[in-house]
Design a protein around this ligand. Structure first.
Ligand SMILES: [Zn+2]
Length: 223
């Protein structure tokens, strides 16, 4: 969808600017993926002039009973991204990246009832679109397509894998063969297996298993 690809492009553009600043800060000409990832969205927010504050219960519960896990607050002298400190770090990372999307795309909602791609039934279609757009931005910021493809090839020795490939066992996937709907299961295992002292794929990019599973499926790295 058009607006989602715009969101992705904006995320990639922001990441390029951040990488440039990071190289200057570290005084290096090149940055290997190993030394750069995971992207620290709090540092990206700071780069944009925003403070990140993590507190237990960002804004309590929104009317519908869903917990608000992230919001942006701007006044004349402060720009703050507030996030819920009670969620795991990987989810907090995604929430910060999601809030950066609202800031960058100027699609700020009053509060984000943010739970990874769920609990959105209560939103209007327009709000849902904005939330999905912010998720697309966040995914592209934390798991950039080029970096994910390069890492996949390095870690699994292939551009992509078929979800019923006999080679999966070699990657540490416990074969779910025989189950009909197993593409997602294979993606989830590839996202989380950690072998030979290597970080898991999800850990390398600092995201949750759920976020990385979706990314592997949408980039068709598991087909
Ligand atoms: Zn949002």
């Amino acid at each position: 969808m058009q607006s989602y690809s715009t969101a992705r492009l904006r995320a990639e553009e922001l990441l390029r600017r951040f990488v440039r600043a990071e190289k200057a800060r570290r005084g290096v000409k090149t940055l290997s993926a190993e030394s750069f990832y995971p992207v620290k969205p709090a540092a990206v927010a700071k780069f944009l002039g925003w403070h990140v504050e993590a507190t237990a219960g960002v804004a309590g519960y929104e009317g519908s009973g869903f917990r608000v896990t992230g919001k942006v607050q701007q006044s004349n002298d402060s720009k703050i991204i507030r996030i819920d400190s009670s969620t795991p770090e990987t989810e907090r990372n995604f929430t910060i990246a999601h809030e950066i999307a609202h800031v960058t795309l100027s699609t700020q909602l009053s509060d984000c009832q943010y739970r990874f791609r769920s609990n959105r039934r209560i939103l209007s279609n327009e709000q849902k679109r904005k939330e999905a757009e912010a998720d697309a931005f966040a995914a592209a910021l934390l798991m950039p397509e080029k970096a994910v493809r390069a890492r996949f090839k390095k870690q699994f020795g292939a551009d992509a894998v078929f979800h019923r490939s006999p080679r999966l066992a070699k990657f540490g996937v416990v074969s779910p063969l025989g189950r009909e709907n197993d593409r997602r299961e294979v993606a989830k295992q590839l996202a989380t297996v950690a072998r030979d002292e290597q970080k898991s794929f999800a850990a390398f990019f600092g995201v949750s298993a759920a976020a990385m599973t979706i990314r592997l499926l949408e980039l068709e790295l598991v087909y």
